[in-house]
Design a binder for this molecule. Structure first.
Ligand SMILES: [Zn+2]
Length: 119
């Protein structure tokens, strides 16, 4: 169980989910091919980003749903401006959180054995 959360945390913060030393991203969104320390290949099949997109989408929709409910219950007279602000915030969140969601997904795939290790 500790290994599970460790891999997820490492992925979330952009570290190699296997060794925790290598950095997964070479730029904000650009994924490295392999870990510089343990040689783990991050995107072996090239379609692992779909899981990251799914996590990102689900979390953004969930936050939008919760934010919408809070908006309607707390500020019923300012729903339209609040909704506009909520859309802007969620759009920015969606853009920034994609990196973390992709890291989370790669942490999950490292636990399923879908990553190839050299060491
Ligand atoms: Zn590594």
């Amino acid at each position: 169980m500790i290994r599970f959360f460790q891999a997820l945390l490492r992925g979330f913060f952009g570290r190699c989910p296997v060794c925790g030393r290598g950095r997964m991203f070479r730029s904000f969104y650009g994924l490295r091919e392999r870990c510089e320390y343990c040689g783990t290949e991050y995107e072996r099949t090239g379609n692992q980003s779909t899981g990251g997109m799914a996590i990102n989408l689900v979390v953004t929709i969930l936050l939008g749903f919760i934010g919408g409910i809070i908006l309607v219950l707390r500020w019923p007279d300012a729903v339209l401006p609040g909704l506009a602000l909520l859309i802007v915030v969620l759009t920015l969140f969606h853009i920034v959180f994609y990196r973390c969601a992709k890291g989370l997904w790669l942490g999950i795939t490292s636990l399923t054995g879908d990553m190839e290790h050299d060491g």
